[in-house]
Design a binder for this molecule. Structure first.
Ligand code: NAD
Length: 479
């Protein structure tokens, strides 16, 4: 009998007879726990609790909010090994990456503890004599945070922390595939001293709980991270309900490698960006756009590097890639590998199911060459360790290809030319631009988000987070 984990509504643990089993993708015999699957009615209760709690939490002092968030950050950092291990076990990313993500979640809480103290306003003279104008920021209300499975600690952290710092209350709806890390995070933040109802956890199916939150007229804002398909429906429902909405969604991120690139840098940047964390990062570079003069050398060197990548149990030391997250993702990756073959691309390396000591969803990273931009493998987000090389004649064509996608999250270039790097920074149609760095791997204190079909609404993270989590008031005062 495995341990059961309940939802948190109004400060109370609320269990459910319906539960999902959280299975380790590196070892299918390892059940991490059973996690409650709430109902739409539970979601309504959580929203009502958050609404009641808002009355007092929105009036709490910045010092009180600083203390709680700072305490939570301290405990997350103190437990980063334990949390990172849980994350690696339930999601399949290498242990070092799991610990890194836990450290990031702790740092995010520390950062937003400080932000609670830094909220400012403006005082101006009116255009009318004898009148003052004050512009202040106030808490927005009840925030629904809907999150994916690929960063199950960091993404809930970067939504919960700013929401609480600016005086809002929260209902968190994490992804069903990795509920353990968000459960542990909520437990820590709650114990740091939050009054009941300020933070609520609603685990369960997206189609019922996520949909109930997105369409609730009692929710003031919905912050969603996940796929484009689901995100669009969330936005429609939220707008209909009159809620503010923010979406961070998929990507088909390009990495350009120019003739003048340092080959070693190019290979490291491409291998990391395309394949690490099994390609299950929204910022992963799945399109490698390579100019003629370096193309053949780059392909050879990247394939040589791929042969050295160790794919094994996420908890084993020294691995490069863990398994993919579940059977559905594995089937999707294999299907796209087949689609690529049928479209006429050449599978240069990988794309095979692997067996290891334990039964898990192991897949060798796959690289396609001789691909064309319109192939489905270059247009659709696969979300696995699968990358495609597109040959470009020169920089101008590479830039055109890089921008030729409905997505616009992250894009990168490997070059030793300052001129090319500067031009690319200016002309890449993406929210994030990387020069001689992988398209994935970000700081926690600066804004994050994309353009075009990848994002909707204001940026997340850093001091820009206040644009979403506060509402502006303009007061006119005649003394
Ligand atoms: P998903 O869209 O399937 O699910 C995301 C969340 O939405 C989950 O909590 C899910 O339960 C919930 N949900 C499902 N159906 C819903 C509905 N009808 N109404 C409301 N909520 C619903 O995404 P996923 O598979 O968990 O995550 C992978 C996707 O997330 C990829 O597309 C990836 O690119 C994207 N992602 C984007 C970012 C970013 O910041 N841009 C970061 C990480 C992941």
């Amino acid at each position: 009998m495995s341990t059961a984990f309940a939802n948190l509504i109004d400060g109370e643990q609320v269990d459910s007879t319906d539960r999902s089993r959280n299975i380790n993708p590196s070892n299918l015999g390892d059940v991490i726990g059973e996690y409650a699957r709430g109902t739409a009615a539970d979601a309504d209760r959580a929203v009502a609790a958050a609404r009641r709690a808002f009355a007092t939490w929105s009036q709490s002092s910045p010092q009180q909010r600083f203390d709680i968030l700072d305490r939570a950050g301290t405990e997350i950092l103190a437990k980063k090994e334990e949390l990172g291990r849980l994350l690696a076990r339930e999601q399949g990313k290498p242990l070092a990456d799991g610990i890194g993500e836990a450290g990031r979640a702790g740092a995010i809480f520390k950062f937003f503890a400080g932000e609670a103290l830094r909220i400012t306003g403006d005082k101006l003279d009116s255009v009318r004599p004898g009148i003052d104008v004050e512009v202040t920021r106030e808490p927005l209300g009840v925030i629904a945070a809907i999150t994916p499975w690929n960063f199950p600690l960091a993404i809930p952290a970067w939504k919960i922390a700013p929401a609480l710092a600016f005086g809002n209350t929260v209902v968190l709806k994490p992804a069903e595939l990795a509920p353990g890390s968000p459960w542990a995070l909520v437990d820590i933040v709650q114990r740091a001293g939050l009054p009941p109802g300020v933070l609520n956890l609603m685990m369960g199916p997206g189609s019922t709980i996520g949909a109930a939150l997105a369409s609730s007229p009692d929710v003031d804002a919905v912050s969603f991270t996940g796929s484009q398909e689901i995100g669009r429906g969330v936005a429609e429902a939220a707008v209909k309900a009159g809620s503010r909405v923010q979406l961070e969604m998929g990507g088909k991120n390009p990495l350009i490698v120019l003739d003048d690139a340092d080959l070693k840098v190019a290979v490291n940047v491409a291998a990391n960006g395309a394949f690490f964390q099994a390609g299950q990062r929204c910022t992963a570079s799945s399109r490698l756009i390579v100019t003629e003069g370096i193309h053949d050398r780059f392909v050879q060197a990247l394939v040589d590097r791929m042969k050295t990548l160790v794919v094994d149990d996420a908890l084993k030391p020294g691995i490069d890639l863990g398994p993919v997250v579940d059977d559905r993702q594995l089937a999707k990756d294999l299907e796209y590998i087949e689609i690529g073959r049928k479209e006429g691309a050449r599978l240069a390396w990988g794309g095979e199911r692997l067996t290891r000591d334990t039964d898990g969803y192991y897949l060798s990273p796959a690289l396609f060459t001789d691909t064309t931009p319109e192939m489905r493998i270059n247009q659709e987000e696969i979300f696995g360790p699968v990358a495609a090389i597109i040959r470009a004649e020169n920089y101008d064509e590479a830039l055109k290809l890089a921008n030729d996608t409905p997505f616009g999250l992250s894009s990168g270039i490997v070059t030793t030319s300052l001129k090319m790097a500067s031009h690319f920074k200016r002309h890449a149609q993406s929210g994030l631009v990387m020069v001689n760095l992988p398209t994935a791997g970000l700081d926690y204190h600066v804004p994050f988000g994309g353009r075009k079909g990848s994002s909707y609404g204001p940026r997340e993270q850093g001091s820009y987070a206040k644009e979403f989590y506060t509402i502006v008031k303009t007061a006119y005062v005649a003394p």
